[in-house]
Design a protein around this ligand. Sequence first.
Ligand code: HEC
Ligand code: HEC
Length: 287
Amino acid sequence: MRLLSDKISARISSKRRSRLAGPAVILLGLLLTGGLYAMFAPANGAASTANSDDVAKGRALFLVSCASCHGKNAEGIVTRRGHNHGPSLVGVGAAAVDFQVSTGRMPMAQPGVQALRKTPVFNSTEIRQLGAYVASLGPGPAVPSSSETDINGMSADEISRGGEFFRTNCTACHNFQGHGGAMPEGKFAPKIYEDTPRQIFEAMITGPQQMPVFADSVLSPQDKREIVGYIKAINSEPGYGGFSLGSLGPVSEGLFAWIVGIGVLVLAAIWIAAHTARSKKKVEADA
Ligand code: HEC
Ligand code: HEC
């Protein structure tokens, strides 16, 4: 900064004023962006927007709807057989609550292999309050700010980079178009194109269930934003190829030909076998 101002004052003395307009505008621009960034940058840590009123209201909601599985103080409940009735929520952060409750996964209707996406039970104010309560228990990822998840006007470059990140980090479980896929033990990676940008972002920072957490050192917030942009972009495109066959690529297309083609041949073989003289004779002999 000092270097820059030295340079500018040197210029003031040596050059005419109008030639300074450029650098001055740049300087002003830099200061403005810095200021704006400081204003809008997501606050770190848990208690960013939480006030004590939200925490108290969130705790009241929690005791009614969540404590039966997660414990009165969200410490988690382990059943006698060592099964996790509901895990501890200390340190999962407001982002995990926002993700789980806004996708309708929580409150879980009944213990099962996997909490399913359904119509959310709570409105956004209640979700914020629940999040504030859980965040007050221990530091965890905060709900991403709207600027972090804003994908409007994203450039084609950013979207294609998002596609690269998506293919290396997500397709193993969620398939090339985000249609999802099976996982061990009867679990599955769901389709992800219905999620809002915020929910996609939160899934990456909280890693629900079998999904890994993508720390900022692995995918920076901008990388994550690009992934979100890519997921939203591919799913707003119409499918031009007719029947998508699950968009699994050559494998599903080959499989389709295999099952239908061989299936027809097998049926034909069975038909022929059932209509030959020899099998008729055998049936008569058996009778
Ligand atoms: C019927 C029991 C049950 C109820 C009721 C319930 N949960 Fe859960 N919750 C679970 C189980 C089991 C898991 C872990 C399994 C999973 O994620 O699929 C879980 C996971 C979570 C997670 C994710 C934790 C993590 O490590 O990321 C959050 C957050 C959560 N619950 C919040 C809530 C909130 C808030 C409520 C109340 C609105 C609630 N739960 C009600 C059983 C329950
Ligand atoms: C190891 C497998 C795995 C990988 C890799 C993975 N996910 Fe997931 N993902 C899952 C599973 C399993 C769930 C379901 C969790 C649940 O139901 O609690 C999930 C859930 C989600 C959801 C929520 C979908 C819904 O129904 O609301 C989103 C969004 C998502 N993942 C995005 C991503 C993105 C983006 C990446 C890459 C950066 C990624 N996932 C990488 C396994 C994975």
